[in-house]
Design a protein around this ligand. Structure first.
Ligand SMILES: Cc1cc2nc3c(=O)[nH]c(=O)nc-3n(C[C@H](O)[C@H](O)[C@H](O)COP(=O)(O)OP(=O)(O)OC[C@H]3O[C@@H](n4cnc5c(N)ncnc54)[C@H](O)[C@@H]3O)c2cc1C
Length: 338
């Protein structure tokens, strides 16, 4: 909605998070966004509302309070059980028109990337996709939305000054999950599902769990990632074995994925996943910016590379110079001795 007067602007209040759930469980990105929303709402002296669309999610609603929500806006209907884009986008647009939030955040996930742009189009709001940082501009109260631009070579900060609500999607694992506060309570507001929100344009035929996602990168504490230096599928077997020994997951650069050595589900970076493990071991990865944006918030980065001048060797906490085909087996041997 285009804002023409200060009076109109004042009617928009609170920071919303569009919750994301799968198979009846809240996804971690919801809690990450609640933490970010809490920080913004504290700056704006307003509330955090969590919008939960789905079916039979009663037990999950209270978890939103624990991670920072003041209110939960819940729409529970069998028609929302499959989380089809159009019914969800129609419902969200209807709720926004009614309650007028100032800011709406969602995960830059398959779900958020598909529902939120549709919603923004319906209500004529601006949307910044794939944000990596959010802040509030002191005097204007505007949301400062930072995201990589021009292929990740610069970071752009975007403001949406003429339209409300200000909408942004944020990649999973970019924000940290806040400490759970079990004593926090809040109010649940229930809204009905209306038949006009159903769309005949979409029908779910079948849903299947993606078996290639066996390595859950997003939840792994240790990630062993390989790049072009790994030289092929056989090289990745070496990494998989190390990951197995350490209880970690395997990641990859786009170069390795494009070469067909490993599935896309393992790709880390601008066009892959963003990860935040405790330990990230990069093997044969040069460290171009498009890769760095996906892993630079790891707690500890170990890089193994034959080229000491590779960019990743400059950002690593431990830079190991040498041939990964000699270093990894030696490392594995040491682990077996422990
Ligand atoms: C729009 C866009 C989006 C992109 N998105 C992504 C993305 O999401 N993720 C991503 O990763 N990339 C992405 N890229 C690609 C990115 O720019 C790089 O091309 C890519 O990350 C390079 O992968 P690499 O490090 O595996 O390969 P290289 O840059 O070729 O590096 C290989 C490294 O291996 C080292 N090496 C070689 N042999 C050995 C050995 N035996 N032992 C130790 N080290 C060795 C070399 O010294 C070198 O540093 C994107 C690019 C564009 C333009």
């Amino acid at each position: 909605m285009r804002i023409v007067s200060d009076q109109e602007r004042k009617q928009y209040q609170h920071v919303w998070v569009l919750a994301e759930q799968r198979c009846g469980r809240m996804e971690t990105v919801t809690f990450e966004l609640l933490g970010a929303a809490r920080r913004l709402a504290d700056r704006l002296a307003c509330e955090v509302w969590c919008v939960v669309l789905g079916h039979q999610l009663e037990e999950e609603l209270t978890s939103c309070f624990v991670y920072g929500a003041d209110r939960v806006l819940a729409v529970d209907a069998p028609e929302l059980a499959d989380l089809l884009d159009l019914p969800c986008a129609n419902t969200l647009a209807r709720l926004i028109r009614k309650h007028r939030p100032e800011i709406v955040l969602a995960g830059a996930t398959m779900y958020g990337r598909s529902v939120v742009p549709r919603t923004a189009g319906m209500i004529e709001a601006g949307l910044t996709a794939d944000c990596t940082g959010l802040d509030i501009e002191e005097d204007s109260r505007l949301l400062l939305q930072t995201r990589p631009a021009f292929g990740g070579n610069i970071m752009a900060t975007i403001k949406c000054s003429d339209h409300l609500p200000q909408m942004a999607t944020v990649r999973p694992r970019v924000m940290t999950v806040p400490e759970a506060d079990q004593s926090r309570k809040g109010q649940i507001i229930r809204e009905p599902f209306v038949s006009e929100d159903i769309s005949a344009a979409m029908k779910l035929i079948k849903s299947e769990i993606d078996q290639s996602r066996v390595a859950s990168l997003s939840d792994a504490h240790i990630i062993i990632a390989g790049g072009r230096g790994v030289r092929g599928e056989k090289g990745f077997e070496l990494l998989k074995r190390l990951a197995y020994r350490l209880g970690g997951a395997v990641g990859a650069t786009r170069a390795a994925v494009d070469a067909g050595w490993i599935e896309y589900a393992h790709q880390i970076g601008q066009t892959g996943q963003t990860v935040q493990p405790r330990v990230y071991i990069a093997c044969g990865i040069s460290g171009q910016i498009q890769h760095l944006v996906g892993m630079q918030s790891a707690d500890l980065i170990i890089a193994i590379n034959s080229d000491p001048r590779a960019p990743l060797m400059q950002v690593a906490d431990y830079a190991v110079v040498g041939d990964l085909f000699k270093i990894i087996p030696a490392f594995e041997e040491e682990i077996l001795r422990l």
